[in-house]
Design a binder for this molecule. Structure first.
Ligand code: NAD
Length: 248
């Protein structure tokens, strides 16, 4: 199996309809032991149990350094190594530039950008010791288009920042055998868009996408399995667009 005996941490992985859980499920299907990390209210232990008894659920807030470090330690205590980090946790807020408050800005950048840095810092020492590892950061088409369909400019900024962080870490840790890449999802039908778009609006958006549909969570999961596995052994610093051709 592609990921047999590999250990993968998925942040923001407990939402059953989210990109994280779909990815956790696909990583497990390819043989990985999965650590689902999420906020307490999202019940990561329950989500991990859905995947099977060998998987682990950990409560942590990715904006909190101590909790990130404790989550990585819990993964190491249980499985002895960490091969893959899918830094997926993120929040969005529909806002116009002039409406963004300092608190809005902090909330959105803290989860996507600070959370990606803190979780990377938590797993990198173990990966460096192993001389192998794959970190997959979650950006967004919003970073590339300069405007989100749902997220505000601060969300675009956070997701663009994730790309800069990803490239810098790829350069820094390549010599240690650690690869760092990012995915830029287009519009994927998950809870993050639930109730925010009418069916008519979704149809209009799909009409503008060459593959003529919104994305599915498994479209992202497949990209993460690729970047997490040895199939992508010579890829680092890559931004993988998973958007149905939205930017062509
Ligand atoms: P979602 O809202 O379904 O899932 C996000 C998960 O992150 C939730 O389980 C939530 O509990 C968790 N989370 C939020 N704050 C957290 C924190 N501080 N610590 C730990 N976990 C936290 O969203 P989704 O659609 O599955 O999106 C997943 C990622 O993909 C996000 O980073 C999002 O910005 C990005 N993305 C999504 C889309 C899309 O169209 N769905 C497009 C581009 C990028």
């Amino acid at each position: 199996m592609l990921l047999k005996d590999r250990v993968a941490i998925v942040t923001g992985g407990a939402g059953i309809n989210g990109l994280g859980f779909a990815t956790a499920r696909m990583l497990a299907a390819h043989g990985a032991n999965v650590v689902i990390l999420d906020l307490a209210g999202a019940n990561p232990a329950g989500a991990a149990a859905e995947l099977g008894p060998q998987h682990l659920g950990v409560v942590a807030d990715v904006t909190n350094k101590e909790q990130c470090d404790a989550a990585a330690q819990a993964a190491l205590a249980r499985f002895g190594r960490i091969d893959i980090l899918f830094a997926n946790a993120g929040i969005t807020q529909p806002r116009k530039t002039l409406d963004i408050t300092a608190a809005d800005y902090d909330a959105v950048l803290d989860v996507s950008l600070r959370g990606t840095l803190l979780m990377s810092q938590a797993v990198l020492p173990a990966m460096r010791e192993q001389r192998s590892g794959s970190i997959i950061c979650t950006s967004s088409v919003s970073a590339q288009r300069g405007g989100g369909i749902l997220g505000g400019p601060h969300y675009s900024a956070a997701k663009a920042g994730v790309l800069g962080l990803m490239r810098a870490m790829a350069r820094e840790f390549g010599p240690d055998g650690i690869r760092v890449n990012a995915i830029t999802p287009g519009l994927i039908a998950t809870d993050i868009i639930k109730g925010k778009l009418t069916e008519e609006r979704k149809g209009e958006i799909a009409n503008d996408i060459p593959l003529a549909r919104l994305g599915r969570a498994d479209d992202i999961a497949g990209a993460v399995v690729f970047l997490g596995s040895d199939l992508s052994a010579y890829c680092t610093g890559v931004t993988l667009d998973v958007n149905g051709g939205m930017l062509i």
